[in-house]
Ligand binder design. Structure first.
Ligand code: ATP
Ligand code: MG
Length: 466
């Protein structure tokens, strides 16, 4: 009998396997490294006045990536990288993907018996190869032409798209040392993307006070009054058509590209859930920033941390969701001490970034009155999430039943929906509490007393009596 080997990586429905993706990235990087090698050779020939095929390195064209499907090519197109950007980017990538390609730069200056200062570079503590610095990039791009050297400085400044876009990293040079001696590298994120294709999702940390929020619920499970849904559809409509409106219709000169939205209403009424679903619809990640956390804990660091969130968000089309927005956007406090002054400065900074952000920013609060009036006027949409009425509550209860939650036969959801004014979040808590109680008792379904007990707890939480 003949054994037919089975295919270890079955193709995904789209026809591409993760393995395919990696080979595709590898093939393109191989080409890019070879191009880099030719450019480096030419630069050295020109520098040491040896015969060369070219009189300027720019005569050596980089591979054409205009229709290549790899992640690297995608990035090159996304950032509209030209000859110089590509050369700097591949230089920064080399220690990770082909470290020996830079070994030539270790050649010694025979006259002085030391390395060539003009090549820049540094050594790592355990990496044996040549690690590029800004000087290395300058040598490649400018050689000894001062004019070019001055021009390329902008490449390594904070505003350059490759740096803002979190692709290149330029470290701070040692104290008193020239800027060009700064180490040049790539971010882990960029490296992962162009090699394994993995997109990295930053973790919540002190320097990144934002958290990715997701849901397994779908739009049709969101229970909102028609007028609320209509408002939300307005936001979705903007996301869908903003490109056309700003571009083809030429309104981009008058309108700012961003969209700011305020969700307000009592706790548990679906504000966070709605924000997450909006993200799901347009395929954007939603990051939640807890402002009470940002403001109280990191006075002084706030600007830097927020800047990093905004920069990344801008590049990756994230939706920013500011929870407990009143912490920052509340009526600004009269300054009495230096901490207040500091907080006010941070508020001003944040407001500016929110205003300038070209994507969707959603702010959520329980108390509309806490939002500064001047600021409220700047929202394109203000959506009120009321407590659900009887019909909506019934839909919420039935929704949970529909997704598999079991109630005993004598549980009349209509009566419960009618009698108890609870938010969607509270209903969910009641069901969780009831399920635990029932299962503890060995009962396969939630009974009336479980529900009543849970409802009491929820109402007490809100300071109400059942
Ligand atoms: N309108 C709703 N439709 C469906 N499910 C809801 C709704 N409101 C709340 N829920 C359920 O309750 C959970 C909590 O709601 P959510 O976190 O969206 O409330 P919220 O308005 O953001 O509250 P808070 O003001 O406390 O942040 C949701 O994940 C969902 O399961
Ligand atoms: Mg919420």
């Amino acid at each position: 009998m003949q054994i037919v080997p089975s295919d270890p990586t079955p193709p995904t429905p789209s026809g591409a396997t993760p393995g395919d993706e990696i080979s595709c990235n590898a093939r393109v990087l191989q080409g890019e490294v070879e191009w880099f090698g030719e450019v480096l050779d030419a630069r050295l020939e020109l520098h040491f006045q040896q015969p060369s095929k070219v009189s300027d390195i720019r005569e050596i064209p980089p591979p054409d990536l205009s229709s290549d499907p790899s992640h690297y090519a995608e990035l090159v197109r996304e950032q509209a990288m030209g000859f110089e950007e590509r050369l700097v980017f591949i230089l920064a990538l080399l220690p990770h993907i082909r470290p020996q390609a830079l070994d030539t730069l270790f050649i010694r200056n025979q006259n002085l018996d030391r390395g060539f200062t003009e090549f820049g570079g540094r050594r790592g503590s355990s990496h044996g190869g040549f690690l590029p610095t800004v000087e290395t990039a300058a040598f490649l791009l400018a050689g000894e032409e001062l004019d070019r050297r001055f021009r390329i400085t902008s490449f390594f400044e904070r505003d350059h798209p490759l740096i803002r876009g979190e692709l290149l990293r330029v470290d701070i040079p040692g104290a008193g040392e020239p800027f060009f001696s700064a180490a040049l590298g790539v971010t882990t994120e960029a490296l992962n993307r162009v090699t394994s294709g993995a997109t990295h999702k930053p973790d919540y940390s002190i320097s990144f006070p934002a958290k990715l929020i997701t849901t397994r619920l779908e739009w049709d499970e969101l229970v909102l009054a028609p007028e609320v849904l209509e408002e939300i559809q307005g936001v979705n409509g903007w996301l869908k058509h903003s490109r056309t409106i700003l571009g083809d219709w030429g309104l981009g000169r008058a309108l700012k590209p961003g969209f700011r939205c305020l969700f307000w209403g009592p706790p548990g009424t679906g504000k966070t859930l709605t924000a997450t679903l909006i993200g799901q619809t347009i395929g954007s990640e939603v990051y939640r920033i807890d402002l009470s956390m940002v403001v109280s804990k990191y006075i002084g660091e706030t600007e830097k941390n927020l800047a990093s969130i905004f920069d990344q968000a801008q590049n990756k089309r994230w939706i920013l969701f500011f929870d407990e927005a009143d912490a920052l956007f509340g009526t600004r406090t009269q300054t009495t001490n230096s901490n207040d002054r500091h907080a006010n400065q941070e508020i001003a900074y944040l407001l500016q970034r929110v205003e300038d952000f070209p994507g969707l920013v959603i702010l959520a609060t329980n108390l509309r009155a806490n939002i500064d009036e001047a600021f409220a006027r700047r929202f394109q949409s203000i959506v009120y999430f009321p407590m659900p009425d009887r019909d909506l509550r019934l839909r919420l209860w039935k929704g949970l039943e529909g997704s598999g939650c079991r109630f005993q036969e004598d549980v009349d959801l209509e009566v419960i929906a009618e009698r108890y004014e609870l938010s969607g979040g509270a209903i969910l808590n009641v069901v969780r509490h009831g399920a635990i109680r029932a299962l503890d008792r060995g009962d396969p379904a939630i009974g009336v007393s479980d529900l009543v007990d849970g409802i009491r707890k929820e109402l007490r939480k809100e300071g109400r009596t059942p």
